[in-house]
Design a protein around this ligand. Structure first.
Ligand code: SF4
Ligand code: SF4
Length: 366
């Protein structure tokens, strides 16, 4: 049996439009839901819904009305310095819960520690106990990402690791290739928890996502039971090849993928989709053009964060999140300590951190 993935037109976030689009998804795929699901949006940052950084609250609200009660809403943002209430309020989820009686939950409370061996590297990390007890309804935002190139269904599961340990995991896997391998194994560990995925591809972000890219309208929901197949369809919609998206390249190289059958609408491939700055470098590193002797050189082809002090408002979010303690109190980045995880770039609420090619990348790449 082929794995069905639904693409359904949803031109805007008005209540009726979103509800009708979700009804169409359910009609096409006929999923079977129990009660007590955890709606897991992408709540990366305390940004308003108009910025296309987080999953739009209209989708949360519609599902909270449509699914069997009780319904829970929860995600754990990487920056734990601000209260979770601030995130709920700013992202629009508090309002969605008040309108529908869904319960907002702190999934960063109790956790269970798991161990994984990723390509010979052992790592321990916590996973939210709440998410382990409830069926997870995965609600990612369609965005680019400078470490994973695309962030949709599989990467959204990273949010089930509570708060600051998410950042610390970058110190275990500072190389983008290894971090993407971790994302694959984390997904495999938790895949049975995910009952369904709906990607918010109504307004998406391309360019240098996941928080400072370009917002653009696509106007679709992309849904299915299998997160890998959902991500493969998302990649095709963006006109990206599997070889350009590290975690999909790794997954499809190691594990079986079912045959995919796309049902519903047939959107055009996005025109002028901007991949993040890192994608070209990743492709070169994995092209086989670097011999073993030059591997070390290839690893220095990087994307690095740069603080624009004229835009900086000294909120200290970058300082607080940096897992390598590479940012000083006067907001200077120590290049020797920096592991290029780009957590600072992701959390800066004022777009005061940009990314650029490392010195070596500027020298030898176009
Ligand atoms: S660079 Fe951004 S995150 Fe860091 S202190 Fe300035 S405004 Fe805040
Ligand atoms: S300075 Fe930014 S990119 Fe470098 S380690 Fe810290 S958070 Fe990561």
């Amino acid at each position: 049996m082929p794995e069905k993935i639904a693409i359904v037109r949803c031109p805007d976030y008005s209540r009726n439009t979103v509800r009708k689009a979700i009804e169409k998804v359910f009609e096409l795929l006929n999923p079977d839901f129990s009660s007590e699901v955890l709606l897991k949006p992408n709540m990366l940052s305390a940004r308003g819904p108009d910025q296309a950084v987080t999953t739009h609250p209209a989708i949360i609200e519609a599902l909270s009305e449509m699914l069997p009660k009780p319904v829970y809403i929860g995600d754990s943002p990487p920056n734990t310095q601000k209260s979770i209430e601030h995130y709920w309020e700013t992202c629009g989820y508090k309002n969605a819960s008040l309108k529908t009686d869904a319960t907002l939950v702190r999934i960063e409370g109790q956790s269970t520690v798991f161990n994984l061996n990723v390509s010979g590297r052992n790592v321990s990390f916590p996973v939210s106990e709440f998410a382990l007890k409830k069926p997870v309804f995965n609600l990612p935002k369609f965005k680019t990402h400078n470490i994973t190139v695309l962030t949709c269904a599989m990467k959204n599961i990273y949010g089930l690791i509570p708060g600051y340990p998410k950042g610390l995991l970058h110190t275990k896997f500072p190389e983008p290739e290894m971090f993407n391998r971790f994302i694959v194994e984390l997904y495999r560990l938790l895949q049975d928890r995910i009952i369904f995925n709906i990607v918010d591809a109504v307004e998406i972000m391309d360019g240098n996502g996941p928080a400072s890219g370009r917002k653009r309208r696509y106007g679709y929901l992309i849904a299915g039971k299998n997160a890998v197949c959902v991500d493969l369809v998302c990649a095709a919609c963006a006109g990206l090849k599997i070889s350009q998206i590290p975690f999909l390249r790794i997954y499809t190289g190691a594990y079986e993928i079912p045959e995919i059958k796309v049902v519903g609408d047939s959107p055009e491939v996005m025109k002028d989709f901007q991949a993040p700055l890192s994608s070209f470098i990743f492709r070169m590193q994995n092209s086989g053009m670097f011999s073993k002797a030059l591997r070390n050189l290839a690893s220095q082809l990087n994307i690095i964060p740069v603080i624009n002090h004229s835009l900086c408002r000294k909120c200290m979010e970058c300082y607080n999140i940096c897992p390598a303690k590479a940012i000083s109190k006067d907001l200077k980045i120590d290049r020797k300590k920096c592991i290029n995880c780009l957590c600072c770039f992701e959390v800066c609420p004022h777009r005061a951190i940009t990314v650029r090619k490392s010195f070596l990348a500027r020298m030898i790449l176009p």
